[in-house]
Design a binder for this molecule. Sequence first.
Ligand code: NAD
Length: 313
Amino acid sequence: MQKSILILGACGQIGTELTYALREKYGNENIIASDIREGNEDLMGSGPFEILDATDYDALEEVIAYYEIDVVYLMAAMLSATAEKFPMRAWNLNMNSLFNVLNLGKEKKIEKIFWPSSIAVFGLNTPKSETPQSTIMEPSTVYGISKQSGERWCDYYHHKFGVDVRSVRYPGLISWKTMPGGGTTDYAVEIYHKALAEARYACFLKADTSLPMMFMDDAIRATLEIMHTNAEQVKIRSSYNLSAMSFTPLEMAESIKRQVPHFEISFNPDFRQVIADSWPSSIDDSRAQSDWGWKAEFDLEKTTEVMLRNLKK
Ligand code: NAD
């Protein structure tokens, strides 16, 4: 019998597009989208949808038994900027939801787990350029601490209990279908909306803050690719470095100006600048390339073209 896939946090920036991609691949009825809140009508109407709290183990167990779920994508989390405002809530959500799915794996109630980490696992003492897979981490944000701890627990559950958990360290993600949910790289989405609506944008990071970024289509493809790779090839069970492009807000503005010539950017850094300054400027993802064949397709120019074309619609 066809087993089903459960997405936790399906109404968020990544969860929405992951749900669409998985429904297209496996059929709408086999992909159970869930979130603690309602999402857009298309997402909720195109297949099964459950209101589900990822921190509630009993509720998860019930949904997993009911739909005969064998794979879980855990996308529920509190992101970097919001987590600085609500540290304990962020820690509880980010860690308890992960322990729940890891324990469901340990109890053999599910067979495979995807859980995303982030470039936020790195800190001020990490080499900033071409940050290696294994290096000094020392994250300085609540979010980064939760992601680094999460990585260690994934590795532990894999080696100790044989749990098939897979993970990538997403860079900042750029997408047009759903707005971002309170991260430090949100500017790279807001800027396109403002460029089209007002031809101006006040950026909350400095002009020369270079950060690793990725277009959503690449992020979804990476997620599906690591999940489809043979288990033996997934050699890193903490989380894989993943890279596509790096640019500054000024470079992004210049790329937008080539299509919206009267666009103007100003810079008004806030508390998120400190977070951005603690992160790498570029990432070495050679292990993802050699272990499971990862290669990004979108650069900044292609991203700008696709973002503006779709947002204009
Ligand atoms: P998001 O904030 O857009 O979405 C998170 C979703 O989780 C929201 O829809 C929210 O309602 C839901 N949620 C919150 N609490 C919940 C709970 N208790 N139970 C169930 N659902 C709950 O986040 P996103 O950008 O889609 O990120 C998804 C994952 O990817 C997170 O783990 C995040 O840390 C990671 N990530 C994202 C980025 C990025 O740039 N977006 C970068 C690196 C890592």
